[in-house]
Ligand binder design. Sequence first.
Ligand code: NDP
Length: 294
Amino acid sequence: VTNNKLAEGAGGEPVLLKAKPVATALLERVAKQVATFTVVPKLVVIQVGEDPASSVYVGKKAKTAAKLGIASEVVQLPATCTQEALLQLLDSLNTEPSIHAVLVQLPLPGHINTALVQQAIAPHKDVDGFHPVNVGLLGSGQTPYAVPCTPLGVMHLLEAYNIAVAGKKAVVVGRSGIVGKPMAQLLLQADATVTICHSRTVNVATITQQADITIVAIGKPNWLTGAMVKQGAVVIDVGINRLENGALVGDVDFESVAPLCKAITPVPGGVGPMTIAQLMANTVALSVKALSNG
Ligand code: NDP
């Protein structure tokens, strides 16, 4: 995506960091790559229970894979499925050579230990990058089999819109293993000066007010307000919140924040589509690694 306004650092209207052109280009690249393969990459998505939001995400993942020529299988397990049964299933997928990528849709029902499940997926099939081996490789500056899709998608979006990260003050609000922590790692690797805030951070606003780049991933509707951001900041809204009236909003109060920004992601249409595109790219990368190893 070329963006003269950003390159010039001009004021005025903020640049909308729309995912569509970036995600589409990434998906086209993945499809072209898959078309050259003799072995079809295969992704298995496991859903336990029938959480409606999870069903939507799982459906989107399978549909996108099909469009690209990636084989996918959705395994639906009842909410009552035991932890042991799930671990056994993962064990069998780990040893099945035709399967290159496995993910378990979160959140899991309360009786299942999420960390145990994440550890049960073989690191080389862990397309979400949540296995401790992959987390450790990322944290130690080595190359993981896969990097978590949402933060990697955000980095891709920043790059596509020519937003410089090196030397910038970046603040990540949220410290989950899915978004906040890997996001901070990736920004650090890209030479930003990174601060992580969370629910126990005292006076978050004084920290976000200093940030050149603020990334919010907390799951609180319209939480970041204009009073909390610096003029000319870049704001990335990872949040997806469904309001009682059915509206979908992010963690950023777009109305008060956008006028202050150099660039900002819309919700929906910002980070979300990048996550799915990145998942497809991760799937193909895992299959390439598997085939080149064996
Ligand atoms: P989690 O609930 O796992 O983590 C939330 C984090 O936010 C925690 O670290 C928590 O702090 C912190 N937090 C909560 N309230 C506050 C507060 N008032 N001030 C500062 N920090 C706070 O959420 P996820 O990381 O899984 O997801 C975050 C959001 O991103 C959700 O809206 C989710 O739907 C969305 N999401 C979007 C994706 C996409 O593709 N666009 C993908 C994944 C998630 P503490 O650790 O102290 O509890």
